[in-house]
Design a protein around this ligand. Sequence first.
Ligand code: G6P
Length: 482
Amino acid sequence: RRRRSASVPRADVVIVANRLPVDRVVEADGSTSWRRSPGGLVSALAPVMTAQEGAWIGWPGDVSADEEDLEPFQHEGMTLVPVSISALEYEEYYEGFSNATLWPLYHDVVAKPEFHREWWDSYIDVNQRFAGAAADIAAEGAVVWIQDYQLQLVPALLRDLRPDLRIGFFLHIPFPPAELFSQLPWRRQLLEGLLGADLVGFQLSGAAQNFIRLVRQRVGHKTHRDSVYLPDGRIVTAKAFPISIDVDKFEELAQSESVQKRAAQIRDDLGNPRRIFLGIDRLDYTKGIYARLRAFSELIHDGHFTVEDATFVQVASPSRERVDQYRILRDDIDRLVGHINGDLGRLGRPAISYLNASFPQEEMAALYVASDIMVVTPFRDGMNLVAKEFVACRMEEDGALVLSEFAGAAEELRQAYLVNPYDINGMKAQMLEAFEADEKELTRRMKAMRKTVAENDVDNWASNFLADLSAVRPGHAKQVKP
Ligand code: G6P
């Protein structure tokens, strides 16, 4: 177990996540710096933790860090505690078990999950290391909040080390129905890992129900509604806490002069078409990027509009690039975009502007403001914060959201143009309807969605979770102010 250096204060609130909120990057000149980590989890939790003066335990996003780089340090009001992962663990725990076993399994088996016993062993080892680091830094009676599918064994491992703690777990991705989860050779161990928590949070109530049913079936505990009754008298609660975004921050960005100017510039650069379609995703096979680009290209091909009328900007940020399925996807999208632009583009007027890169939040906000129709079409997605960010940025209450019914966000954003991403014709019809909708209709929809997003922002999400966590074992641990 890593030793806690004397200077690092113990914390009353501890986040444990696979990634730190910042990634360590080595510059060309050999110096190192820190950059904000990718993905929805970090965007959601960073603003919450800054207010808490807590500790955040995570991997610095780089396997080459030496001992010195792995000392805890202060960042935006919290203590960051780096946990190292070896090159082999990166392959087996991160790329392997987390992202080639659990990720596809939990996303409806959109790709075929691979089951390898060495990957599982590595997953146990790394989870043990995270649990040890949490046990070291948590103050007596502290609240420890463990995040996401990479760390599902940590709740039970940590409870063994520190029974005094109040332990919460939140799964940011979907939790699959029993029929799919049961493929996993280590299904029972994973469920028992999660049951180490006092409160297990999911994006949707359907996921919580899947979990409760599996616990009953596979572990044999008694359950009633959202509670699991363990033989030792402990009660574990499983509930939905739909995650959200920092609404004020996106509104502020959207209104800022620099973002407004940049948005105008983007429209200009794209040749001021009547409508700009926008997709922003990690380059992931769950996101339905291929299907949506095909649907768009067919609308042009069928003569509904021309490349002068409409253009599609697709930002796909590189992700998990050495995992086979991601490599295949990248090649498929490269080929499709080339094909579509070759067929339908004109000089200076590609049908699709494809950017395989990640951008800072300001640039994303400018894209949200500059575009007319945001297209979010995952085959399965825990929530999808991009959909909520787009809505938050539409201060004029205009613009359309085309949204997959298989994204968690669809449960809240009912006024989106909802689509089944497996149904290309259905998707074309909704994209066309969004393209042709009059202003009044767009405003009616956007107004309602803006209200929904404003009512449940990320602060709300975190305080709801922490309040429930304080309530599940009253009197046992210190109260935390959400
Ligand atoms: C999703 C997951 C996060 C993950 C993020 C980025 O949002 O829920 O846990 O951090 O994707 O993926 P990566 O593999 O780069 O951490």
